[in-house]
Design a protein. Structure first.
Length: 247
């Protein structure tokens, strides 16, 4: 029922997880996580290697299924309503999910058609302009720098205008200039009312763009706070205390 679907999407939080658990054999990569995000929030999850950050993000992205707990995306259970969920998700993965043998425009056209976007050519050009790659639109992606590929990856993730954007270590491998450009793009995305979840090792970048912060260790969210009044020094202190205490 289209009307019911619209009402559910409009009234429900972008992410609602209760007791979310993902095991790999005896290892609980995600261990009973409770998480709720409202529209327009930007949550950054910090944590050491092996903390479960990427597994949590993959679970939210519906790339892996939880072994226990519940998860709804805009009120929909991904196990029963995957088509409704995937159209609301945009994933910026560490690998980029791009085709190096295609041009920037052709990559965006491919994903626009995959999501059945109306007028894919116009939409691809809009995204190229938004991520600052119009002049390189016809160049093969394999010739792009890491920073340019990351910008194109953002265009790919937003091509279908998702309401929830997930980012996996987006700053990895970027130089200072590319990091500044990425930070500006993320601020633009949040300014349009989208909800974002990012996992990263970079405390400063996460602090600057986020509205909420969390620290994850041993599969659990061990600390959470608003980002507004927190300084870099205070965040580092909390990080060292939480990660050190959980080691």
């Amino acid at each position: 029922m289209p009307g019911a679907e619209s009402t559910t999407a409009r009234c429900s939080p972008p992410v609602a997880a209760r007791g979310l658990t993902r095991r790999y054999g005896p290892i609980r990569a995600v261990d009973g996580v409770d998480l709720q995000l409202e529209r327009g929030e930007f949550l950054t999850v910090f944590g050491p290697n092996g903390a479960g950050k990427t597994t949590l993000l993959k679970t939210l992205a519906c790339l892996v299924k939880p072994n226990a707990g519940t998860l709804t995306i805009f009120g929909f259970d991904p196990r029963r309503s995957f088509d409704q969920v995937k159209r609301r998700l945009g994933l910026i993965a560490h690998t980029g999910l791009l085709y190096g043998g295609l041009s920037a425009r052709d990559n965006l056209l491919f994903f626009a058609r995959l999501y059945d976007v109306g007028d894919p050519g116009r939409r691809a050009d809009e995204m190229l302009e938004e991520v600052g790659l119009t002049e390189r639109a016809d160049d093969l992606v394999r010739t792009f720098s890491r920073g340019m590929q990351q910008r194109l990856s953002i265009g790919r993730a937003l091509i279908h205008d998702p309401d929830l954007v997930l980012l996996d270590e987006p700053y990895t491998g970027l130089d200072q200039h590319a990091s500044r450009m990425l930070r500006g793009l993320l601020e633009q995305i949040r300014g349009k009312g989208r909800t974002l979840v990012m996992v990263t090792h970079h405390l400063e970048e996460g602090l600057e763009v986020s509205t909420r912060l969390a620290i994850m260790t041993r599969g659990r969210i061990a600390w959470e706070a608003g980002a507004g009044s927190l300084s870099r020094a205070a965040l580092e202190k909390f990080y060292l205390e939480v990660v050190g205490g959980g080691a």
